[in-house]
Write a protein that binds this ligand. Sequence first.
Ligand code: GAL
Length: 849
Amino acid sequence: MERMHFLLFFLLPVLVFQGYYCQRGFAVTVTYDHRALVIDGHRRLLLSGSIHYPRSTPEVWPELIRKSKEGGLDVIETYVFWNYHEPVRGQYNFEGRFDLVRFVKTVQKAGLFVHLRIGPYACAEWNYGGFPLWLHFIPGIQFRTTNTPFKNEMERFLAKIVNVMKEEKLFATQGGPIILAQVENEYGNVEWAYGVGGQLYVKWAAAAAVDLNTTVPWVMCAQEDAPDPIINTCNGFYCDQFTPNSPSKPKMWTENYSGWFLSFGYAIPFRPVEDLAFSVARFFETGGTFQNYYMYFGGTNFGRTAGGPLIATSYDYDAPIDEYGFIRQPKWGHLRDLHKAIKQCEPYLVHSDPTYVPLGPKLEAHVYYKGSEGCAAFLANVDDKMDMNVTFNGNSYNLPAWSVSILPDCKNVIFNTAKVVSQKILGDLSYGSTTIMKENLFATSTWNWYKEQMGIWSNNSFTASVLLEQINTTKDTSDYLWYTVSIDVNEKLSPNKEKEVFLLVESLGHAALIFVNKRLVGFGYGNHDDASFIFRKAITLKPGNNTVDILSMMIGLQNYGPWFDVTGAGLFSVSVSDLLKASGDFSSREWTYQVGLEGEYLGLDKPSLANSSLWTSGNQLPINQSLIWYKTTFIAPEGSGPLALNLASMGKGQAWVNGQSIGRYWPAYLSPTSGCSQNCDYRGSYDASKCLKKCGEPAQTLYHVPRSWVYPGENLLVLHEELGGDPSKITISTRTGQEVCAHISESDPPPVDYWTLNSGFNPMLSPEVRLICEQGWRIASINFASFGTPEGQCGKFNHGICSADNILSVIQEACIGLESCSIPVSTLKFGDPCPGLVKTLAVEALCSV
Ligand code: GAL
């Protein structure tokens, strides 16, 4: 029996998929009608997920895509990131993490389709929304409106990408995986701000895209006025209410948020899977045929790719695959079950439009008929509190609040969005909790350091009698710009006396360190919603000359909003007010500027400087100092999994491993202490601030180091610390195990993949506990097992009053040493410890490398 379960569980989906995609490699046509995308003449119901190629490394792309396919996806969606593909006008980069062709081919090899969102505006919490900064300096340019210099550049880049894809034969009509392309991104949300120019731009962008003759349909997301033949698609937390702008276009959803993005200084957003599954089921219930998770795998904003302001380095997004590439349970598993249930309905869904059947207040059914061949139905309870019983087709059903039941034969419920039967995982590497990890400490004695210069550090500085806007000045070659001014205190007026004054610094953002006479007096900073800030502090000036050095910092260029590209940064006013007399405005004094840090200029982050005599060594490791570079070497924990640096002891800065930037860090910025809800109620409308965790804590303490960036033996770690921290407390870890658990009752349905339209559920089948480890890991021990009335929840199970004997050994025998196992929840297996009661099987196991 077990063997049969195993075969059904693992082989059946593989066979189905292979049959499905036997066409790959052959040219197919892609068109659409009012119901769906039509691929090779067949309407298709498609499940899609976003994976942005540069947010992971090419070494792990195949694994991420394999997990996406196993999770039930048909399509991988990605943006194209112009600023990294064309860092200098006319000079292209398609290497490494930016090897778009390799990424698309990796998806193709797995037998999945691609939705290529060329944009070229991406948004995506990506630096400058994906635009190259040089674009901003083209004379007369205005972004995203009917402006000739902009349109020329946009057209050139669109054509470049389409041609690269055509040359590699990557469009579906050429035998490739690309079935869909996107031009622009959510322009409809900002169009109002561009007036008539905006409307003309939409028409122009649509025509420019169509002219490229990709031979696959184009979409514009959140664009109600998308001209034919472009499909306007929905983005949002729910899209069941959405209708396309023409009856000839299918109802498609390009961004269903699996969670939300993270900003420094904010609590961590998460979206309960019951609500996510509810939104997806409601969409297919009400006529949708294409749905994309934004993100299915979020990944990491390495280097300075994070958008802004203040987007964190982790782009985990609470996605079904976590930042480190591990499957997030129960999210991944519950959605996988949902996808299987929806696919069971595909023959009906692609055949007809839904028929609405009212069932009562806030109770709805939608039925899809296929002539005399029967029907599939979705039953929904959209009340956010009350579970309800409904009667449908003469049968009665219990519908939990805020849930959808799926009935592929209009009779049997094979899935309900609120009933999660997938296993759970204890701890979560992305959030730094109790997952089993192997940790290495760095020995204090191995650290070297270099004190960054304070203020102007070279003769390539320059002066101006005005406060300069930062982005125009640095051209984003560095996060940093020094602003230096000298303040003269008249010795005659205050002979030999120090003067107490107020220093007032006003900045457009994003943060600044302020030094007076080379001593740090403070740190000002904004936040993601408003990066501007005012810094006010009493300072002491000495008679004669005083210097004020301000290091203004950028934390990711703006990526969203109307005219986001001209949002400025840096100081706009500096004044000193005498306690007794009038204030002095220093904004138009002579300021001296220096772009970047000396350490950046020297290349201290580079392995070639690792043995340089610039670095100081000694027993007295300086801690809690601002503007200091640290360097050490480390041996990575064994294994082949991803690594995480724990930077909780540090303030704010950037870190590099073997010369590769792992991103900006800022654990010193704590999130507000309120607004979190550990057990966020999934019932009711979700928004990005509804479910938050880690209030009063850093947004991010763990920083991802891809395994392919470290070598066996010694590795170099360099940090540039801006505020002050203690590097001796940094650790590096890898995950070597995880605890999985499940809790399934006799009254739960058998696993959804045992259902087929021809034969339904085999009446002999029972519900099952399924334990699945990451690929290559094995079940090492069973930490808890009880069949009867176990109490508590995952991680805290106890035996209840009724409990079968000897079940631990039965489960050990069935599972230990295997990558996965299934155990039927049945008295046939365990005997009946309490006849008449509905029994539950609860199991907790340890998977390890
Ligand atoms: C959307 C945008 C995406 C992403 C998302 C938030 O508005 O289209 O690119 O920025 O918001 O994560």
